[in-house]
Ligand binder design. Structure first.
Ligand code: TXA
Ligand code: MG
Length: 317
């Protein structure tokens, strides 16, 4: 049985106690729901990989309440500290050299000498991290390769019975996962909830894209990922027979759903994963065989949206 916990102080204390016992607890962040376990407890971390069906060579993000706590597990130079001070708490993950003496399980980093760290802004995530008082390893709380969860209900649909509890904090505000940045030299490993434009402005230089879709330890490593049940066709400016059509912007009259009727990429990101889930349901109900998605511009959060859509549409294994 997976408990659904209200985000009040007694239930958050209960969630923190479950984490201390090595149990898994899903919790809301401003990006997506995370599947949390004690990052210092290898049994808990192994259970995260098992619950998701995730390959154990794909490392996890450690979540901390603030920069001071993050500095205890990773090495920050001046640039890393400046970026962290500017964007944390928020939808940014930094990949930094791991402090070996921090007691982080090797399963979190999949044996790498770097660690991905994030300080989430969601008040429930903040409260849980403070109550627990240690690093929480948390991938998105969905079965590996499937659509990420932006509500507690999505978490239950994917992982019920496989985790101890989920803290229900409502819908996630941002809707796409955090941006992943490595430093020395700066490289964008995954587009996400903080725009590349904002990072480039803060760094004072263009940000090259890194990571290799075929290399197992690169972020979002799987070609097919974030995938709904039905196959996905991109750049669809109209519905073909047998399709559920998701529009973007005002020119998609007749679409079954619309990420953002106003054509706003921030709004579209917030609706992305729930729209893919809804399209799947419509396809099942109507016998449609495919989901068609309208073009989304590559600006602002459009870059993260298109990254997720391309993976949703990629050939399945
Ligand atoms: O918004 C988010 O980032 C959410 C919430 C829960 O915080 N978490 C999330 O985790 O998206 P996950 O596991 O779905 O994605 C983590 C990504 C993976 O693609 C992984 O390859 C990459 O982070 N990663 C982790 N450690 C890394 C490292 N040391 N070097 C490079 N990439 C790393
Ligand atoms: Mg994920």
């Amino acid at each position: 049985m997976t408990d659904v916990l209200a985000p009040d102080a007694p239930r958050l204390a209960r969630a923190a106690e479950l984490l201390s016992k090595g149990e898994l607890v899903s919790f809301p962040t401003e990006t997506v729901y995370g599947l949390g376990g004690d990052a210092r407890n290898s049994h808990a971390v192994a259970a995260i990989y098992a619950a998701k069906g995730r390959p154990s060579f794909n490392p996890l993000i450690a979540h901390l309440p603030d920069l001071a706590a993050a500095e205890e597990i990773a090495v920050f130079d001046d640039r890393a500290r400046t970026i962290a001070a500017r964007f944390w708490p928020g939808p940014l993950t930094l990949v930094l050299p791991l402090r070996r003496d921090a007691g982080i399980s090797d399963l979190v980093t999949a044996g790498l000498d770097t660690i991905a760290i994030r300080v989430p802004a969601h008040p429930v995530a903040q409260a849980l991290l403070h109550a627990f008082g240690g690093p929480v390893a948390a991938p998105s709380a969905n079965p590996s390769g499937k659509v990420s969860p932006t509500t507690a209900c999505h978490v239950i649909q994917g992982l019920s019975g496989r985790i101890a509890a989920v803290v229900d904090g409502g819908s996630c505000r941002v809707g796409v996962e955090s941006t992943i940045l490595s430093l020395n030299p700066p490289m964008l490993l995954r587009p996400g909830g903080l725009t590349a434009e904002a990072l480039e402005e803060a760094l004072g230089q263009p940000l090259p894209t890194g990571g290799d879709a075929n290399k197992p330890n690169a972020p979002g490593q799987m070609t097919s990922h974030y995938a709904p049940g039905a196959p996905v066709r991109l750049m669809a400016t109209a519905r073909e027979p047998g399709e559920v059509w998701i529009g973007f912007g005002p020119d998609c009259a007749g679409a079954d759903l619309n990420f953002s009727p106003a054509g706003d990429t921030t709004e579209a990101a917030a609706h992305l994963f729930s729209a893919l889930r809804a399209a799947d349901r419509i396809a099942i109900e109507t016998g449609a065989r495919r989901i068609a998605v309208a073009p989304v511009p590559e600006t602002g959060l459009g870059r993260a949206i298109n990254d997720r859509l391309r993976r949703a549409a990629a050939p399945r294994p």
